[in-house]
Ligand binder design. Structure first.
Ligand code: GDD
Ligand code: MN
Length: 363
């Protein structure tokens, strides 16, 4: 077997029915080119990793990286690329929606040596959206406009998940990647120290036959996170921003519950304040689990464990808050400034400690 000149990295989540079909199609599409297929599977419950391993036993050009306790399209792509030595790498969906027959043309285009990146595009002449709903088309076009401003690279379809690039170009972007969410092309283009030289090859997006799309309404939030990270990520980590925003929301939750228990149910202040605190901390926990730590969301018993550690972390945070604010106030700091300093200390504390104890990355 010749060493692969082209590695095709395929992120998967619940694609067991598609992986075998994809291997056959890629094989037909790339005669005479030494290729390899690297699937990066986030421990899919439908057994995609196992399915790929079975394929790999029959074809040495196929393998799988199985990630446990992690989720994310972009980070999967990056890890797949880093696991290969091929000088040219492609990223492609597993669900057969990306037309594999253009891989050869993309590879030849890169071979001409004057471009870093070839994008499979639905928007250039000859490409098409396939069967997409009106609203999804419009959303995609809006996101595209935003992306163009950010990357300053003329890509007609920066939302595409189908591309091929020179490894050296990827390596230049690597240190600056955000790897949040699923817009890996946008991330790579916006992270390039000098604008990428881009070509596009048209294709028509196919309709999915097996399995379902994993992109839900929260991907919009991930897109916002990616944009924020690219714009101000060098100043403030986006995770912290999200955590602080959830905390801000918690203040409203706190006051809503406090008012309800105090005025509505007529309970004493101490009881009302305790109830409000518990509800606000819990709601912060669940919101952070959903928005701030979407890529490592806790589930099942992990959720209970996380909730307990989060409460403990926040209890210490509250103590630090009061301690600092009180000390400043005693030392003649204006009361509002003292309070703000206390809040800041507790938010930073809660963020750092919950990252360590509650949403600790599995090793
Ligand atoms: N490893 C991993 N982890 N893979 C994932 C994850 C994840 O969390 N989420 C999705 N995938 C895989 C899917 O299994 C599939 O192979 C591919 O990523 C794309 O996911 P889909 O769920 O099929 O996305 P889509 O069809 O709605 O959107 C695609 O097309 C858009 C337009 O080209 C994606 O490629 C988008 O990135 C792209 O913008
Ligand atoms: Mn798809």
């Amino acid at each position: 077997m010749l060493p692969a000149q082209l590695a095709i990295v395929v992120p998967t989540f619940n694609e067991s029915q598609n992986v075998g079909l994809l291997v056959d199609l890629v094989d037909k599409a790339l005669p005479g080119i030494p290729w390899e297929l690297v699937f990066v599977d986030d421990n899919s419950p439908d057994g995609t990793s196992e399915a790929v391993r079975n394929l790999a036993l029959a074809d040495a050009r196929v393998r799988v990286i199985q990630r446990v306790g992690r989720r994310g399209l972009s980070s999967a792509c990056v890890e797949g690329i880093l696991a290969t030595a091929a000088p040219v790498v492609a990223i492609m969906d597993a669900d057969l929606q990306h037309d594999e027959t253009i891989l050869k043309a993309m590879f030849e285009r890169i071979g001409q040596g004057d471009v870093d990146l070839v994008v499979g595009s639905r928007y250039v002449e000859g490409g098409g959206m396939g069967e997409w709903s009106e609203s999804r088309i419009r959303m995609s076009q809006f996101a595209t406009k935003l992306a163009l401003r950010l990357t300053q690279t003329p890509i007609s379809d920066p939302m595409s998940g189908f591309m091929m690039m020179r490894r050296d170009a990827f390596m230049r972007s690597l240190p600056h990647l955000s790897t949040v969410g699923f817009k890996i092309l946008l991330d790579i283009a916006a992270s390039a120290p000098t604008p990428l030289r881009v070509a596009e090859v048209p294709y028509t997006f196919r309709t999915r036959q097996h399995g379902e799309s994993k992109l839900d309404s929260l991907v919009l939030w991930e897109y916002v996170q990616l944009l924020l990270d690219k714009m101000i990520g060098h100043l403030i980590p986006v995770r912290f921003l999200s955590f602080a925003m959830v905390g801000g929301l918690g203040v409203f939750v706190h006051f809503a519950v406090l008012t309800f228990v105090l005025k509505g149910l007529g309970q004493p202040f101490g009881v009302s304040q305790a109830a409000a605190t518990l509800v606000a901390i819990s709601s912060n926990f669940f919101l952070n689990n959903m928005f701030t730590y979407r890529d490592q969301r806790l589930k099942g018993w992990g959720l209970l464990r996380g909730w307990i550690t989060f409460n403990l972390v926040c209890a210490f945070g509250a103590a630090a808050n009061v301690g600092v604010a009180d000390w400043l106030f005693i030392n003649k700091t204006y009361w509002a400034i003292s309070a703000l300093a206390g809040i800041t200390v507790s938010v930073v504390w809660n963020y750092a400690m919950s990252a360590f104890f509650t949403w600790k990355k599995k090793r």
